[in-house]
Design a protein around this ligand. Structure first.
Ligand SMILES: C[S@@+](CC[C@H](N)C(=O)[O-])C[C@H]1O[C@@H](n2cnc3c(N)ncnc32)[C@H](O)[C@@H]1O
Length: 397
C-alpha cells in the first residue's frame, strides 16, 4: 500500500514527466473536503509550480505551490477519502481505486508512444478566456475584434458577455467528468450564434475536445446565414437547423445544452428537452417571462397585506413573476435529478437579462421535502409553471 502511495507521489512530483492528476469520488459513507481536485503544472514568472484546483461542486479555487509545499499538499490529498485518482504522465496513465478501508489498488497503462510534456504557459485560468486587446483569429472571424485585437465599439457588450459565459462554463464543467468521446452540444434559440461559436471555440481549441455543436432557432433565414458562415470559415462540427426547440430530435442526445436568452417559454422548452435528453450540463440565461406573470392575480384579488404593495406596482409585480418563474425552473431541475443554481450571468451594466440557471446532472432522486416545497410554492402562488406542463409525464412517475 505504501509502495503505491510512493509511486503516486513520485509521478506527481516529477516535473519532467508529470502532465496532470485528478482526485475525485468519495469512499462509502465518507466525504472528502472537495468534490474534485485537479493538479497540473504551470509556469509563474518562469518558475515551475503545480496548480491545485479545488472544486467544491460549483466553485473552482486554484492555488499554486512549489518546492517543499508540494509534498505536504499531495499528502493532504492522499489523506482525504477520495475514491479514485488518475494521473497522466508522458509515459503512462496511473489509475487508482481506493477501497473503503483506504487500500490503494493501482492500474498502470503504458502509452504506446511517449506523450509530450505540457506547454507551461503563464497561468491564465483566472483571467479572461479572450484577454482584452489580444489578437484572436476567432474574435476577428465573428466580427467582434479587428485583426489587431481591438474590440469593435458596437461589440463591446458581446465581448464581455462571451468572456463571462465561457468563464461560467469553465468553472462549471469539470473537463474530466465530461464523457471521454466526441461531445455533442445543442444551443437552443441560438440567434446570431456569437455564443454558439464561442462555445465551439472554447471546447475545441481551448479544451481540445472534438465537438459537434448544433444551433437551432425558429428563424430559418438566420440558420441559413450561419451555415453559410461556417462553410466560409471552414469550421467542422458546427451546424445550424431551423426548428422549434420542442420539436427538435437530435441523432445523439447532447452532453451540454445551452439556452441563452431564448424568449419566454422557449427557455422552458430547452430545459424540458435537456432533462429528457439527460444532458450532463445545462446553461440557461432566461429572457422575458410572460407565461407565469399572466397567471398572477390582479391587485384587487390579493388579500395578503405582505404582497399587496408588490402587486400595486406593475414593475414589481413583473419582477416577482420573473423571480418565481426562475425559482420554479431551478426547483424542477432539482426534482428531475440535477443540481441547479441561479447566478449572475453578467453585470446589469452590459445587459438587463443577467441571470443564469446552470445545472449539472446528479441523478439524485427527488426527496419528499423537495416535492413538498414545490407543491407548497405552487399552491401559495396559485400558478402552474410551463416547465411543469412540458414535463408532466416525467413528474407524475
Ligand atoms: C434574444 S435571441 C437570443 C440569441 C442568442 N442565444 C444570444 O444569446 O445572443 C432569442 C432567439 O430565440 C429564438 N427562439 C425563440 N423561441 C424559439 C423556439 N421556441 N424555438 C427555437 N428558437 C426560438 C428566436 O428566433 C431568437 O433568435
Amino acid at each position: 500500500m505504501n509502495d503505491n502511495r510512493a509511486i503516486l507521489k513520485s509521478a506527481i512530483l516529477s516535473p519532467d514527466t508529470f502532465i496532470n492528476a485528478t482526485f475525485k469520488g468519495k469512499r462509502k459513507g465518507l466525504s472528502p473536503r472537495w468534490e474534485k481536485v485537479v493538479i497540473r503544472p504551470v509556469a509563474l514568472k518562469g518558475v515551475y509550480h503545480l496548480q491545485f484546483s479545488y472544486f467544491d461542486g460549483w466553485h473552482d479555487v486554484s492555488k499554486n505551490y512549489r518546492g517543499d509545499d508540494l509534498l505536504a499538499r499531495v499528502d493532504e490529498l492522499l489523506a482525504e477519502p477520495f475514491a479514485s485518482i488518475v494521473i497522466h504522465t508522458t509515459t503512462e496513465k496511473l489509475r487508482v481505486q481506493i477501497t473503503k478501508k483506504g487500500k490503494l489498488i493501482l492500474h498502470r497503462e503504458k502509452h504506446a508512444a511517449e506523450k509530450p510534456c505540457p506547454q507551461l504557459s503563464h497561468d491564465r485560468t483566472k483571467g479572461l478566456i479572450f484577454p482584452h486587446g489580444e489578437p484572436n483569429p476567432f474574435l476577428h472571424a465573428v466580427g467582434i475584434a479587428t485583426a489587431e485585437g481591438k474590440i469593435k465599439a458596437k461589440m463591446s457588450d458581446k465581448f464581455w458577455q462571451i468572456n463571462r459565459f465561457l468563464d461560467l462554463v469553465r468553472q462549471t464543467i469539470a473537463t474530466d467528468t465530461l464523457p471521454d468521446r466526441p461531445l455533442t452540444v445543442i444551443d437552443c434559440g441560438c440567434g446570431n450564434a456569437y455564443l454558439t461559436f464561442a462555445t465551439y471555440y472554447f471546447l475545441t481549441e481551448i479544451l481540445g475536445r472534438e465537438t459537434r455543436l448544433i444551433g437551432i432557432d425558429v428563424n430559418a433565414d438566420l440558420m441559413a446565414k450561419r451555415n453559410a458562415q461556417v462553410a466560409e470559415m471552414g469550421w467542422h462540427g458546427l451546424e445550424f437547423h431551423p426548428a422549434a426547440i420542442i420539436d427538435f430530435r437530435p441523432e445523439t442526445p447532447p452532453d451540454i445544452v445551452l439556452a441563452l436568452h431564448a424568449c419566454d417559454t422557449a427557455t422552458d422548452e430547452a430545459l424540458a428537452q435537456a432533462i429528457r435528453w439527460g444532458s450532463c450540463y445545462i446553461f440557461s440565461a432566461p429572457c422575458c417571462h410572460h407565461h407565469l406573470q399572466a397567471q398572477l392575480p390582479p391587485l384587487s384579488a390579493v388579500e395578503n397585506p405582505a404582497y399587496k404593495s408588490i402587486f400595486r406596482h406593475g414593475i414589481l409585480k413583473e419582477r416577482l413573476g420573473d423571480i418565481l418563474t426562475d425559482s420554479f425552473r431551478a426547483l424542477l431541475l432539482r426534482l428531475t435529478g440535477y443540481r441547479a443554481d441561479v447566478v449572475e450571468f453578467i453585470s446589469t451594466e452590459h445587459t438587463a437579462r443577467n441571470l443564469m440557471i446552470r445545472a449539472a446532472k446528479t441523478n439524485a432522486p427527488p426527496t419528499a421535502p423537495l416535492i413538498a416545497e414545490y407543491r407548497g410554492m405552487k399552491a401559495f402562488w396559485g400558478v402552474t409553471p410551463h416547465l411543469e406542463t412540458l414535463l408532466a409525464d416525467i413528474l407524475q412517475k
